[in-house]
Write a protein that binds this ligand. Structure first.
Ligand code: CO8
Length: 374
């Protein structure tokens, strides 16, 4: 018997600190002034280029972002540091990513009416892992008292959807009945706050999702997963070269190319049509069209990308009710954006309504789940 797979609960952990565009840009502009003063001679000879100011108007217009949450604010706005201060923890303390993963997981378990005994597997899937081993998922499993097994996955922007795909397949294959998927997106340490093009893009968050076989569902707010669809196509237009080989490379492990960097315009141009076509094809498999969707929980990288994608598919802009936006206050949270949107905007759908979760970005990677309210 093939199991009907159900999303029966989600959890959202939001950091208590936030940074508005105005705060971030004031700090960046002070940093740029200091840089230009300190390098006046080299700038005068043309050896290096002066750093222009960033602007809150540009950021809001180009991205839709007004503010972002941050795990640790200290240090980020300090123009002599431009990165968060996060104290190293000892091996017997809960690691930072496990801590925020557990916060989101507990909320998802509560929403799905699950205890640790009900869960067979834990997948931690996100854009960065704070270490290679032991897996953060196994640490989370231990902290929550879950038996069974856990593993980590990295798929950048599509880590959350691809993680849910693995859970879906495990439940279908009956190797697990209930799976906890967690996306602890602690991305701020990888942001280059001295880079005008990207300093405003990202925020920290953690999301969690419970997927389970239909027979054990007790949650009143649940969605059948109708099907999943994944796509990848290699591109270096979004890239971080930070990794374990840096030590042997004898290069600066924190140089600009080791942090997040992108060709934003190219990403926009490449990814929007790919994502729109992906959604159209996914729906067509079920004889559905974009007009049949009640809600679109889209990736939250840039409001203009979401507008363009919905326009291509609907022939008009989706309303905020149809395709909710959370990036205005959360910014781009790597893979977690579509899950935040789902968490905040799914309770009003009625039985039989269709919706789609879809991520798109680094890799390139695109992942979708077509769901139907139970
Ligand atoms: N302030 C003022 N002006 C600026 C700024 C700024 N901060 N930055 C650029 N400008 C100027 C430029 O100098 C340029 O001026 P000119 O025309 O005179 O040369 C002008 O504004 C236009 O610049 P751009 O072409 O760069 O600006 P765009 O309109 O293309 O907008 C965006 C830039 C917002 C980056 C846009 O291209 C975009 O969002 N593209 C899509 C990007 C995207 O989706 N990226 C995915 C990110 S990856 C991901 O989601 C997860 C990765 C893993 C997580 C990593 C966590 C750290």
């Amino acid at each position: 018997m093939t199991q009907q797979v159900v999303i029966s609960g989600t959890g959202l952990w939001t950091p208590k600190h936030s940074i508005t565009n105005e705060e971030l840009i004031d700090s960046y502009n002070d940093y740029a002034d200091k840089f230009n003063t300190e390098n006046a001679d080299k700038i005068a000879t043309g050896e290096i280029v002066a750093k222009p100011h960033s602007s809150a108007e540009f950021v809001e217009k180009a991205s839709g972002i007004k503010s972002r949450y941050i795990y640790e604010k200290e240090g980020v706005l300090d123009i002599n540091r431009m990165r968060p201060v996060i104290a190293e923890r000892s091996d017997d303390q809960l690691s930072n990513q496990a801590e925020i993963a557990v916060e989101a997981a507990r909320k998802a378990m509560k929403a799905a009416n699950k205890t640790a005994d009900d869960i067979d597997a834990v997948i931690v899937s996100c854009a960065y892992l704070q270490r290679s081993y032991p897996a953060i998922a196994i640490e989370v499993q231990s902290e929550l008292g879950i038996k069974g097994f856990g593993f980590d996955m990295l798929v950048a922007c599509s880590a959350a959807t691809f993680g849910m795909h693995r859970a879906y397949e495990m439940i279908k294959a009956e190797t697990a009945k209930t799976v906890l998927v967690i996306n602890p997106e602690l991305v701020s340490p990888q942001i280059n706050y001295t880079d005008r093009d990207s300093h405003f893009i990202f925020g920290d968050v953690a999301t969690a999702i419970i997927l389970e076989a239909e027979e054990t569902v007790t949650s009143h707010n649940a969605y059948n997963v109708v099907s999943t669809k994944a796509f990848t196509q290699f591109s270096s237009n979004i890239r971080s070269n930070h990794g374990y080989l840096n030590r042997a490379n004898d290069t600066d492990p924190y140089g600009a190319d080791k942090l997040f960097h992108q060709e934003g315009r190219k990403v926009f141009k490449d990814v929007c049509p790919l994502a729109a076509e992906h959604i159209r094809e996914h729906l067509a498999k079920h004889d559905l069209t974009p007009k049949d969707l009640t809600r679109w929980w889209l990736h939250q990288a840039n409001i203009n990308m979401n507008t363009l994608i919905s326009k291509r598919l609907l022939g008009r802009e989706a309303t905020l009710e149809e395709a909710p936006i959370v990036l205005d206050r959360y910014a781009n949270t790597a893979s977690a954006g579509s899950v935040i949107a789902f968490n905040l905007y799914n309770e009003d759908l009625v039985k039989g309504d269709y919706g789609i979760l879809c991520s798109f970005g680094a890799g390139y990677s695109i992942g979708s789940l077509l769901v139907q309210k139970r």
